[in-house]
Every structure is written in C-alpha cells, then in structure tokens.
Design a protein around this ligand. Structure first.
Ligand code: TRP
Length: 445
C-alpha cells in the first residue's frame, strides 16, 4: 500500500519533532565538535553557521515543499512534479542518487552509533568512574582496534533501525521523538553547566568563537558546508520523504526555522560541553572522531552519579542516532513500497545492504573515511544544489508560492532569491574554493 497518500503526521508539531529527530543525531554531538576541533575552531564555526543560514535553511524549505507537493517518495515526488511542470524525467535521478547516498551514509553512521551503544554499557558497568583520563582515552583506542566488538554493536544498531522502519514511519518514529528529544536537550544543558564549572570554559569558548581565518583551508570550507547539509539531513531526499507526510496547509518557513535553530543550538551546546574539558585535561581539540568518546566519559568519571548519568547520556545519544538513521533508510523503503514491495522485506533488504557496507567500513578505515567524505562533502551538496535549481528554476513560481503556504510576502521573496541565486552560487564557490582554484588564481596575479 502506498502509505504516503493516506498518512500524515498528527500535527505540525509532530512533523517538527520527527524532522528534528532526523536532523539531530551523531552529526551534532559527535561530528560537529570533532570537525570543529580538527579545523581550528572559530572561523570554521562561522562558515558553518553562514552555510546553515544561506544554504541549509532555503534548501530545507525547498525539500519539504517538494515532498508535500509530490506526496510520495523522493523519486516519485520529483518525477511527478517535473512532469506537471513539463520538465524531464531525468529529475527523478536526484531522488535515486539521494537514496544511494542515504545507504552509503548509513554504512558509517551505524558504526559510530554502535560505539555509542558500547559506551552505554561501558558507562553502566562503572569502569570509568574515577578512572584517569589516559585510561579513558585508551579505551576508545581499544574499541577501534577490535573489529569483533564493533561488529556486534554495529549489527545491534542496524537491527534496531530496521525494526523501527519496518514498523512504519508514523507509528515508530513519531512516538519516540516526542519524549526523547526534550530529554536530550536537558542533558546537554546539564553537561554544559558541568563543563562551565569544572572545565576551562573560557578557553573552550575562545576556541569555538574566536575567528582566525588564516587557519581556514579550502577543504575546511567544504567540510563546513558539507556538514550544514549533513546535520540538517538535506540533499538526499530524507526531509523530502518526511515532507510527504506534512499536514495540509501548515507554513513551512516557520517550521524550518524552528528545526534549524534546535539543530544548531544542540550542536553548539555539544561543542561547549566538550571543548572546556579538552583544555582542562590537556587533550587535543583536533584528536578526531574520538573526541566525544574521550571527553564526555572524563566528565562523567568525576561526577557524582556519573555512572548513572553517563549511561543515560550515551543511551540518549544512541537514540538520537536511531531517530536519524531511520531517515537514511526510509526514502528507499518508501520507493520500494510504491513499486509494489512489502514494507518489511524492503526494509531488511536495504538495511542488509547498509549493514554489509558497515562491516566493510569497520574492517577498512579507509572505506569509513571515504564514505563519510564522499556523502557529506560531495553527494549531499550536489543533491541540494539540484533540488534548489529544480524548485526555483524548473517549477513555475506560482506552484512554488502555493505549495510553500508563504503567501508571497517579503519572507517568500527572500527565500526564493536565496534559493535561486545565493544557494547555488554559494555551493559552486565552495566547490571551486576547495579545489584550490582561488589560491591558484591568487598565485597567478
Ligand atoms: N542529520 C543527521 C545527523 O546529524 C544524519 C542524517 C540523518 C542525515 N538523515 C540524513 C544526513 C539524511 C544526510 C541526509 O546526525
């Protein structure tokens, strides 16, 4: 049965929670702090914020609009919108590549989520409480060098994801996020408070917000933009697939601002929880993917009640990862359903492919890195670029106006202009910049 035609979220608020559930995940709590650390801090954060504002938010509105107007999975939504506008069938490819990007993302995402699961149990066993920082650091290294351990946790997480997707989007997802998202927010606030008291908060803030552009490479700019797409779940049709369940006439603009503000706020809070502990414990901000897995257990190890809070926090991180990972698989499953497959076998087929890729990225670090880099920094921005061009240049302005529910005021004008010009040009400039084209030109003159 084609779910998309008949089911909508309970309310605009449930949509916000589900989309926020997709957006807020490992990208915010694990990836944002560590890539900020690797790319020198302040200037990187500023470029990231600019990308969210000028590219991410406009593209997100476009994706939700296309999903609601097309009322289907990304491929069929793109196809039917394009057909109605007299466009080419080739636009369906955007949805198809997006689905593949989702599976490829899942191939490293579930590995990291598996680490988080392992940390739930590790924290609960009390092995961090009172342990010295070096010992905690060593634990993460040990986990990474054990393929067997990672295999177990990655498989468990993949299974959890598949179970939720198999149960159906509105039933499985809507419920979970209503309770868990607020809880995660409260926990992060507590951790920032802890860091402010026990860490080197001033050094942490300086690192995150002092802008020194001399430390910003072309590649760092690309990573900041790629992360803006990644963290908002854009560029592969995930939000488009959710948009298909978006209730009738609710305004998309305000909804997106809420989601983006929550997502960005949570990422910044994660950074503010971790960097003060980095500087107080003589750790390096640029240590890479282990950042969260080292700094936070250090905080919990010294805290009273740390065993309890630590396990609960990593459980929340795992759940945030789960509410994101389902949106990596869902577009593909929705498409297979439309092609006449049943939901459960579709889920296990696509989930199985992603799981197998995950096993490869556990075994070969290079596969892990390549999947992460290729999806976030190349595939998502290109997907976002095409969606922006499609909505703002290919669809008639009138259709777009009707479908966004924005009434044609200045907010609509601003969005339309950002989508037509600023987002596409911005994406192209970042691509060229990362290829070193500008410095090459600079060297010429
Ligand atoms: N946004 C999620 C995070 O930050 C990851 C994610 C979920 C995603 N669905 C996506 C990324 C779709 C890109 C596309 O953890």
């Amino acid at each position: 049965m084609n779910q998309a035609a008949s089911i909508t979220w309970k309310s605009r608020w449930t949509f916000i929670l589900a989309a926020t559930g997709s957006a807020v995940g490992l990208g915010n709590i694990w990836k944002f702090p560590y890539i900020t650390g690797e790319n020198g801090g302040g200037a990187f954060v500023l470029v990231y914020l600019a990308c969210i504002l000028c590219i991410g938010i406009p593209v997100m509105i476009a994706e939700i609009m296309a999903g609601r107007a097309g009322r289907s999975n990304p491929i069929h939504s793109m196809l039917s919108l394009s057909r109605d506008a007299g466009g080419s069938r080739a636009w369906g490819v955007v949805g198809a590549v997006g689905m593949v990007a989702g599976l490829m993302t899942m191939m490293f995402y579930s590995v990291v989520a598996g680490w988080a699961l392992e940390y739930v149990f590790q924290s609960a066993s009390g092995s961090y409480s009172g342990a010295p920082a070096e010992e905690i650091e060593a634990h993460f290294g040990n986990l990474l060098s054990s393929d067997g351990q990672q295999f177990i946790w990655h498989s468990l997480f993949s299974l959890l994801t598949a179970s939720v997707v198999a149960a159906g989007v509105t039933r499985g997802i809507g419920k979970a996020v209503e309770i868990l998202m607020p809880l995660l927010l409260i926990f992060l606030l507590l951790l920032v408070g802890y860091s402010a008291i026990n860490g080197n908060f001033k050094a942490g803030l300086h690192f995150m917000f002092d802008t020194d552009f001399s430390r910003l490479s072309g590649n760092a700019v690309l990573i900041a933009m790629g992360h803006a797409f990644f963290t908002l779940s854009l560029g592969m049709g995930a939000i488009m697939a959710y948009g298909a369940y978006f209730p009738g006439h609710a305004s998309i603009g305000k909804t997106v601002l809420t989601i983006a503000a929550l997502d960005t706020g949570i990422a910044l809070m994660a950074g503010m929880a971790m960097f003060p502990l980095v500087f107080a414990n003589d750790l390096t901000p640029g240590q890479g993917p282990g950042l969260m897995f080292v700094t936070l257990p250090i905080a919990f190890s010294n805290m009273s009640g740390g065993v309890f809070f630590g396990s609960l926090f990593f459980a929340l991180v795992s759940i945030a990862a789960l509410s994101s990972s389902i949106s990596l698989i869902e577009p593909g499953v929705a498409w297979m359903e439309k092609r006449g497959w049943r939901r459960v076998p579709s889920t296990f087929l696509l989930g199985g492919i992603a799981w197998a890729g995950g096993v490869a990225s556990i075994h070969y670090g290079a596969v892990f890195d390549a999947l992460d880099y290729l999806t976030a920094n190349i595939m998502l921005p290109i997907g976002g670029l095409l969606i922006a061009l499609f909505v703002s240049w290919r669809l008639p302005r009138k259709v777009v106006l009707d479908e966004t529910g924005m009434k044609g005021g200045p907010a609509f004008a601003a969005w339309y202009w950002l989508l037509r010009y600023i987002a596409p040009i911005g994406i192209l400039i970042v691509f060229l910049h990362s290829l070193g084209l500008f410095s090459a030109l600079g060297a010429l003159f």
